[in-house]
Design a protein around this ligand. Structure first.
Ligand code: UDP
Length: 246
């Protein structure tokens, strides 16, 4: 067998081709970046932790009828996924105000939103991932109106499943980012990863705003114990069996 050929190297993952054109191999790295890669670092063991958490959450979502790109995870830092064409849209769901929502609106950190907010961003590092309007999304032909509505509905459905799951782990799902792709049949599949790199997760046993953080904000804000936060998320997630919900 030939050495796997690298298709793409991102900030946290590397994508390889496999012998099957319909299947790609994702390798999860320990590298961490924040603020559009202006801050760089390494979180020991992060690749394996994020791969394991994403694996569990993709299985959970599949069990609830959400189509994902996940096939299997043959090694601790490796995931085999269905080849999809990634839509250049970051779909963020927010349950509690944090991060850029607070910075851009003045809403206080920790404000519980009356209903989940879905924000779409243009996935483009050189432009700094700007917030999209539906009209701009259509103008730029990033997706059709129907696809944009499907993304919104899928993101809200995923939020319900993940929020209930994290609640059972004693963790509050504050907000998270999703990416979707189109398969050969133009079906929308959930892609990328779901991990403490892409979610804000607060430990419900801690009230202190710095101590409660279990996600990449520990790295972004230099809160220390970054690995420990990720590790604790992994342990709690793996302790919860995947159950079919209503
Ligand atoms: N997020 C992400 N990748 C990005 C931008 C955001 O995974 O390129 C996640 C982030 O971890 C958080 C959520 O999306 O869980 C909302 O992030 P926000 O818009 O508040 O931006 P940030 O404060 O992270 O710059």
């Amino acid at each position: 067998m030939n050495a796997p050929s690298k298709l793409y190297e991102g900030k946290a993952k590397i994508l390889y081709a496999t012998d099957d054109p319909g299947i790609l191999l994702t390798y999860f790295k320990d590298d961490a970046t924040a603020f559009n890669a202006q801050k760089r670092g390494n979180i020991a063991g992060k690749g394996a932790i994020n791969c394991a958490i994403s694996t569990h959450l993709f299985q959970l979502l599949e069990a609830h009828g959400i189509a994902t790109h996940w096939i299997d995870s043959p090694a601790p830092t490796e995931m085999r996924v269905k080849a999809v064409k990634i839509l250049p849209i970051e779909v963020v769901v927010r349950n509690i105000a944090a991060g850029s929502l607070c910075q851009q609106t003045g809403i206080a950190l920790g404000t519980v939103l009356a209903e989940p907010l879905v924000d779409l961003y243009y996935k483009n590092d050189s432009l700094g991932d700007p917030l999209l309007t539906l009209q701009r999304l259509l103008l730029m032909q990033l997706a059709t109106a129907e696809q944009a509505e499907q993304l919104r509905l899928k993101a809200l459905a995923i939020n319900q499943i993940l929020s209930a799951f994290f609640q059972s782990c004693g963790i509050t799902l504050v907000d998270f980012k999703l990416e979707f792709g189109l398969d050969a049949q133009q079906q929308i599949l959930l892609a990328d990863e779901i991990s403490p790199d892409t979610c804000r997760l607060w430990n419900q046993a801690e009230r202190d705003p710095a101590r409660r953080v279990m996600d990449k904000d520990r790295f972004r804000q230099d809160l220390g114990n970054v690995e420990a936060g990720y590790q604790q998320v992994l342990e709690r997630v793996l302790a919860q069996p995947i159950q079919l919900g209503g």
